[in-house]
Design a protein around this ligand. Structure first.
Ligand SMILES: Nc1ncnc2c1ncn2[C@@H]1O[C@H](COP(=O)(O)OP(=O)(O)OP(=O)(O)O)[C@@H](O)[C@H]1O
Ligand SMILES: [Mg+2]
Length: 961
């Protein structure tokens, strides 16, 4: 609230108690108008919330809004229905006292909407559990049901509640809603049979006709046309643009099942609703003065079925009355007018009882059942018409206005009492308040024996001919002299002109009202009393219609409320809140007050020059009598904020200068330090350069290290990119040797990487590498042509499939060929050279001539392999002599001797059977004979039969040897 004090010129005050001229209705209206213009529809009078119906969606009822008001102090936020809801809830929780929120105002003011907002607030903000969710749903869903059966379109409100409603919401000890109870009263039953022009019957009739499924309508004997029903045509207004009966029907059907109606119960309920429509269509025949008879038998048929009664009995009941004379029951026929009236009375009674049954049924579903909830706390919501005056005021209006009179009395008493309590608690002397006490009017109505109600009771119970007129006479005789009552007979000439003969006039707190006594004796059973409430909320209607609102302000007694509330002090706050807000206005309390809060506030107000009559200091609060004192303080605070702002700026500026100077000093020191270090480095550098050719010594070590470092860094940036790039940075003297080592290493590495890139087989784990390793182990330093063979690439095979005759391949069958090479075979006799192919399969070595398979040596039969240590390619495969299939050892020559023999060794698993011989090799020629091969070195390779009969092999000498 304080936050809005500064904007009060534009948005008015949030609490009417802060109105300077609180007795002026004009000032009151002006404040309302200012706020309404800014879409601020809520204003307080103390704990009363005044609301002006905006007739548009203001988006102030979102979940965020609910959160904003949850658990917040009343005064910290702008007035709102949620603030009232929250305040009642918290009072209930903390004080463990039942609360009541009374919502009053004229028709269309927004009472029912306000009560729904309160329910929604509790549904959203209160603690929940599964069971609680069901109760919340039922509480919320009871509204559409009650509105369907109890609300109707009137000239003032398209959804006017035509019954009074008091709803209890019960909360458990955790603050969760666990149950509810609804009390209905004063249902406007006359609406069932008659509506004024432009008004409608209760919504449910139209919803049923528009929304019900064809089947259901057929069962109920209804047509989908409201014009067909006498009870729906009186107002000539079956359709309303703001109402969608069809979709509302769906909502109501759903709500009925949420609040616990099963299908049968719904059907029964609708039977009765339909029967009212059928009753309305009953027509009579007969003379005006003669006996009435029913002309519409179809209706009777439907009614008998829907109500479950005998058609004939019903017919008779609608055309006859029972008279008990001298203990005897007599039936006498009714005339036309009487019969129509009996029909309507039955319709009203049926509808009225159905409504009560409906409310009871909802109450059963809302009732809390759990024993542990016995001690539930309650918040009551009373949605009641406000004080109203019409051209003709009936007995119902008398009841409503009396309720409002009574509420006004309770309300003033409670306001006074809470004020008194607060003064007492704060130790402030209570000064009596002058206000209009309406006790005199309440007594006039309710006093035992002398009050209007007592007189009415007495008159109704009295034997003999009691009538409305005798009641009026009794009134005149008993309370005729009362200052607040007059009748046509007792009134002066001027008043008499505006009063009917059957009227009495009451001077209410809100104004004069003439009540008609017609039917008063019949209806007197319906009075209701309200016993307790704590927070009160009022609503006003209007699109800021000045006349209407002024009227409501008067009839709701708002000015009187304000007067009472303002009788003492307009404003009060806890010391802490007050001091916190205004402490900057006094040098002693600014920036903080160390002593007692009360002393701080006292010092502050003295400094501000408050006069003794303007304020009082209580135990924990300061009380300020006039709003103008508060506003002057508020204005001073505004000015102070500006100057504080200026001073604050100056203070910040001077602090900034200090910080800047300090920082600049640090920067300068750092710069000087860096310069010193730079000079030292240069000095060391020059010295080092001078001593650069000396042995390492303290004078040159920095320089030399730097030179090395910079060479290595330069090298890193300028390394050759390819094997062909021979560039290399020139090293300093001290690094010549290291540079050369590095260059070699780097080159080797580059070559290796290059080879690896172009020949993936050079990987050490590749089969080729493993093969090379085996060659190395077998032949290194043992056979002269080994080194020569190394740079040559070993290959998988020397002959591919196309180079071998297909017949050979065919005869090898499934035997897998692993290696093939062209060889020269030397005949065992004569040593004639013959071109052959040597094929190594998985099982044997095969010697092939063109398409012929000349010899097959199973690996198992291969005894050994002999070869010379020289550079020739001759080798011998030894086979067992006893093997008849073999003709003797085989002498062969291969151009790839190292490769060929290694392959043989691998395939035949004979690595250890290779014999490398010096000089000569002896081999078997078959039939026990032996041959000899002699090896000698010469200039070129020569293989020929020597004169001694041996095979002579001259191997060329190689350079590496
Ligand atoms: N807070 C609000 N914001 C916007 N529109 C509102 C608000 N309150 C009420 N209205 C509008 O005013 C209409 C009438 O309100 P509501 O039915 O609550 O009046 P009432 O006081 O209960 O009247 P009655 O005494 O006839 O039942 C609502 O249908 C709605 O259109
Ligand atoms: Mg209403």
């Amino acid at each position: 609230m304080e936050s809005a004090l500064t904007a009060r010129d534009r948005v008015g005050v949030q609490d009417f108690v802060l109105l300077e001229n609180h007795t002026s209705e004009a000032a009151f209206m002006e404040n309302l108008r200012k706020r309404f213009k800014e879409n601020l529809i809520y204003t307080y009078i103390g704990s009363v919330l005044v609301s002006v119906n905006p007739y548009k969606d203001l988006e102030i009822y979102t979940k965020n809004h609910m959160e904003r008001y949850r658990g917040v102090n009343f005064y910290e936020v702008s007035p709102h229905i949620y603030a009232v809801s929250d305040n009642s809830y918290r009072s209930m929780r903390t004080e463990r006292k039942d609360q009541c929120i009374l919502i009053s105002g004229e028709s269309g003011a927004g009472k029912t909407e306000a009560s729904k907002k309160i329910l929604q607030y509790y549904a959203v903000t209160c603690p929940a559990s599964d069971q609680v969710e069901t109760v919340k749903d039922r509480l919320l869903q009871s509204n559409p049901v009650l509105e369907a059966f109890g609300n109707a379109k009137t000239l003032r409100n398209d959804n006017s509640s035509r019954f009074g409603k008091y709803m209890d919401i019960q909360f458990d000890f955790k603050g969760a809603p666990v149950g509810g109870h609804i009390l209905n009263y004063l249902l406007e039953k006359s609406r069932v049979v008659h509506q004024n022009h432009g008004e409608r019957n209760f919504h449910i009739f139209y919803q049923l006709i528009e929304g019900a499924e064809e089947d259901l309508l057929r069962r109920l004997g209804l047509e989908r046309n409201p014009q067909q029903y006498q009870y729906l045509v009186k107002g000539n207004c079956p359709k309303v643009s703001s109402i969608n009966d069809r979709s509302d029907w769906k909502v109501v059907r759903k709500a009925l099942s949420v609040v616990g109606f099963n299908e049968d119960e719904v059907e029964e309920l609708l039977n009765i609703i339909a029967s009212v429509l059928h009753l309305g269509n009953i027509q009579y025949g007969g003379e005006d003065s003669g006996n009435a008879y029913i002309t519409t038998d179809t209706q009777i048929k439907y009614l008998a079925r829907l109500l479950g009664v005998d058609g004939l009995v019903l017919k008779e009941a609608l055309t006859h009355k029972k008279i008990i004379a001298k203990g005897e029951e007599l039936k006498s026929p009714l005339n036309l007018e009487q019969a129509a009236s009996a029909r309507d009375a039955l319709s009203k009674a049926v509808y009225g009882r159905t409504f009560t049954w409906l409310v009871n049924k909802i109450n059963v579903s809302l009732a809390y059942r759990d024993e542990t909830y016995k001690n539930a706390s309650v918040i009551g919501l009373l949605d009641i018409y406000g004080f109203e005056v019409f051209q003709h005021n009936s007995f119902e209006q008398f009841c409503i206005n009396y309720c409002n009179e009574k509420l006004q009395q309770l309300f003033i008493e409670l306001t006074l009492k809470s004020e008194q309590d607060e003064y007492e608690a704060e130790g402030i002397t209570w000064e009596p308040v002058q206000y209009f006490n309406n006790k005199i009017i309440c007594d006039l109505v309710e006093e035992k024996f002398k009050g209007i109600i007592s007189i009415l009771d007495e008159e109704c119970l009295r034997p003999g001919d009691a009538s409305d007129i005798t009641f009026l006479e009794k009134l005149e005789n008993t309370v005729g002299g009362h200052a607040h009552l007059t009748t046509h007979k007792l009134a002066d000439g001027k008043t008499r002109k505006v009063m009917g003969r059957e009227e009495f006039r009451l001077l209410h707190y809100a104004g004069e009202v003439n009540y008609n006594v017609n039917g008063v004796c019949v209806r007197s059973n319906q009075l209701c009393f309200i016993s307790s409430f704590a927070v009160v909320s009022l609503s006003l209607s209007g699109r800021f219609d000045e006349v209407l609102i002024r009227h409501q302000v008067k009839y709701l007694g708002l000015m009187e409320n304000l007067r009472v509330r303002r009788a003492g002090f307009a404003y009060r706050r806890h010391y802490e809140t007050f001091l916190q807000r205004y402490k900057s206005l006094c040098p002693e309390t600014w920036p903080s007050w160390q002593g007692k809060l009360a002393d701080g506030v006292s010092t502050l107000v003295k400094h501000l020059g408050y006069k003794p009559e303007e304020y009082k200091l209580g135990r924990s609060k300061i009380f300020i009598r006039f709003p103008k004192t508060l506003f002057a303080t508020e204005d001073a605070l505004e000015t102070r904020k500006h100057s504080l702002g200026e001073r604050e700026r100056e203070r910040v500026t001077s602090r900034a200068v200090v910080v800047q100077a300090w920082w600049r000093g640090i920067l300068a020191c750092r710069r000087a330090q860096r310069r010193r270090e730079a000079a030292n480095t240069i000095r060391r550098f020059i010295k080092g350069f001078i001593y650069r050719h000396n042995e390492r010594c303290p004078e040159n070590e920095y320089f030399l290290d730097y030179v090395r470092y910079s060479f290595l860094m330069k090298l890193r940036r300028n390394l050759p990119k390819t094997v062909l790039d021979k560039s290399w940075p020139t090293p300093p003297t001290a690094l010549i040797e290291a540079s050369e080592q590095l260059r070699k290493l780097y080159m080797q590495n580059m070559v290796w990487s290059y080879c690896k890139r172009i020949n993936p087989e050079s990987s050490p784990t590749s089969p080729i590498q493993l093969f090379s390793k085996l060659c190395f182990e077998i032949f290194k330093n043992k056979k002269d042509n080994y080194p020569q063979s190394v740079p040559k690439l070993f290959v998988g095979t020397r002959l591919n499939g196309e180079e071998i005759n297909p017949k050979v391949l065919q005869s090898l069958g499934s035997e897998k060929m692993k290696y093939a090479v062209p060889v020269t075979k030397y005949d065992r006799k004569g040593y004639k050279a013959r071109p052959r192919q040597l094929l190594l399969t998985s099982n044997s070595a095969v010697i092939v001539e063109e398409a012929k398979l000349k010899q097959r040596i199973d690996y198992a039969a291969l005894k050994g392999i002999s070869v010379s240590s020289l550079s020739d390619g001759v080798f011998v495969l030894h086979v067992p002599t006893e093997d008849k299939k073999q003709k003797g050892d085989v002498v062969l020559q291969s151009d790839h001797i190292i490769e060929t023999l290694t392959k043989v060794a691998i395939c035949a698993d004979k690595v250890n059977s290779i014999n490398i011989n010096q000089g000569s090799i002896t081999f078997t020629m078959g039939q026990g004979k032996e041959g000899i091969i002699d090896f000698t070195s010469g200039s070129e390779l020569l293989v020929a039969k020597a004169k001694n009969g041996h095979l002579s092999v001259t191997a060329p000498r190689l350079n590496s040897r």
